[in-house]
Design a protein around this ligand. Structure first.
Ligand SMILES: *Cc1c(COP(=O)(O)O)cnc(C)c1O
Length: 377
């Protein structure tokens, strides 16, 4: 899924300015519709906006998701302005009083509470809200890319304190628990985790008087940058989720929904060989696409030899770097490539999530990229 479809290659070659982010919104719609149908009759699907809050992406996703999860007041205001009718769940650590007020003002349907102190402040507002308590459970998550331990959510002691606070807070309704415990897990590992979360959560929620419990299982569905074609098995995941009539399960993936349909397209500025290593210096760099540095991978890419000079014969290991004055500005390292020339086009795939919006845009003050949303022809 990292190689751009034919119509998109043509559009990439015709871009007026580089670098550019190019989003295939039609492909994205198809992908999310397929995820949705794999989940049919099962869990609700929310989109974690922090993966990519681009308004065009939010609008493309809206018909195919049940709602959007936001993790700050900024995201909350942005999503409400972009999708006035969307169901919104508001999570994230360190919510300020202003952000909590925004949850009421902008109609966040659920607030994912991160601490007893946050819950006390929410209760003190005296305004109605549906609450999920974020649990930090000590479950093993072998194989995870990222474990959401440490400061996120609450252990059982803090959760009990919350149950006490809620008894004296008539404006708040406890609806269930939220448990986003890890990211980068495949379907069997996620199923196992879901079962353990549910086995713990249901008795706890029943004991605290919750009648139609909701269990938000979080996001974190694996995306393999080394194997763009191997998608998370949504069907197997849905089939393996515990069946409990009357319980609403909810998912809130980000990366696995939007990663596949964005490309960062740029051109080769210079080619050099230094101490026997071959480099292509590209316009732009990791200040536009930080993902390969933060995740420590090679960003998959396709060569679109704009000059028609792409030499298909000899391949040699080439490191693709950007324009930043730091050795960390590497998008892909030692990848066998035909001999590149200045002016050649490169399209980095899997750049639809945690790409532009997670990057340090203004380091070195290079121009920002363009954004393009070509429709399928
Ligand atoms: C980041 C995050 C998500 C989305 O994670 P992905 O790995 O993009 O699927 C979902 N829920 C919470 C609470 C998060 O912090």
């Amino acid at each position: 899924m990292s190689a751009p479809p034919g119509f998109l290659r043509d559009r990439m070659r015709a871009l007026e300015r580089l670098p550019a982010y190019v989003y295939d919104l039609d492909g994205l719609r198809d992908h999310v519709a397929a995820v949705r149908s794999a989940l049919a009759g099962g869990p609700e699907l929310f989109y974690a906006a922090k993966a990519n809050p681009d308004p065009a992406i939010l609008r493309a996703l809206e018909p195919h998701v049940d709602g959007v999860e936001v993790a700050s007041g900024g995201e909350l205001a942005h999503v409400r302005a972009t999708l006035p009718g969307a169901r919104i769940a508001f999570g994230g650590p360190g919510k300020t009083d202003e952000e909590l007020a925004l949850a009421f003002d902008l109609g966040a349907e659920r607030v994912h509470v991160e601490s007893p102190y946050e819950l006390e402040r929410l209760a003190a507002a005296g305004r109605p809200a549906g609450v999920l308590l974020r649990a930090n459970l000590r479950f093993g998550t072998a194989g995870a890319a990222l474990r959401m331990s440490g400061p996120f959510g609450m252990d059982e002691q803090a959760l009990s304190r919350c149950a006490g606070i809620l008894k004296d807070a008539p404006s708040l309704t406890l609806r269930g628990v939220h448990a986003h415990l890890a990211s980068g897990l495949d379907a069997p590992a996620m199923i196992d985790l879901a079962a353990r979360i549910t086995d713990w959560a249901l008795p706890w929620l029943r004991a605290n008087g919750v009648e139609s419990p909701e269990i938000n299982l979080g996001g974190g569905m694996a995306v393999d940058y080394a194997a763009p074609g191997s998608l998370f098995d949504w069907k197997a995941y849905a089939a393996g989720l515990p069946a409990h009539p009357g319980v609403t399960f909810r998912l809130e993936p980000g990366r696995a929904l939007t990663a596949y349909h964005g490309w960062y397209v740029t051109e080769v500025l210079d080619v050099k060989t230094t101490h026997g290593e071959h480099y292509a210096v590209l316009r732009g760099g990791t200040h536009h696409l930080r993902t390969p540095v933060t995740k420590g991978h090679d960003q998959p890419f396709t060569l679109l030899a704009a000059q028609g000079t792409g030499d298909t014969g000899e391949h040699r290991p080439t490191t693709l770097v950007g324009q930043l004055c730091t050795p960390k500005d590497v998008l892909a390292r030692n990848i066998p490539c035909p001999r590149l020339r200045p002016g050649d086009l490169v399209a980095f795939g899997m750049a639809g999530a945690y790409a532009w919006n997670i990057s340090h845009h203004d380091f070195l003050m290079h121009p920002h990229p363009d954004f393009s949303y070509p429709a399928r022809v």
